[in-house]
Design a binder for this molecule. Structure first.
Ligand SMILES: [Cu+2]
Length: 89
């Protein structure tokens, strides 16, 4: 992850996952083969993905160099270690 760049991420859900990305708001570009859903307008910090759903988001990291965290907001999934981090340099 290069600080100051915008990335296109594709998220693929197996189960229901409300995916939360810390400290970097993003915009929903598409859900499945369509455009954004009715609740996808504007800046987001969480996207609710249904089972089997895909989404494309545009995300820009420019806050600071260092570690960023993202995780599933489903508490059971958090408890099963569905959390990760990455470094923006
Ligand atoms: Cu989850």
């Amino acid at each position: 992850m290069k600080l100051g760049t915008t990335e296109l991420w594709q998220l693929n859900a197996d189960f229901h996952h409300p995916v939360h990305i810390h400290l970097s708001p993003f915009q929903v570009l598409a859900r499945g083969s369509g455009g954004p859903g009715p609740y996808d307008a504007g800046w987001k910090d969480t996207i609710d993905l249904r089972p089997g759903e895909q989404a494309k988001i545009l995300i820009h990291f420019d806050g600071y160099p260092g570690k960023y965290v993202f995780h599933c907001h489903n508490l059971e999934h958090e408890d099963m270690a569905m959390m990760a981090n990455f470094t923006a340099t």
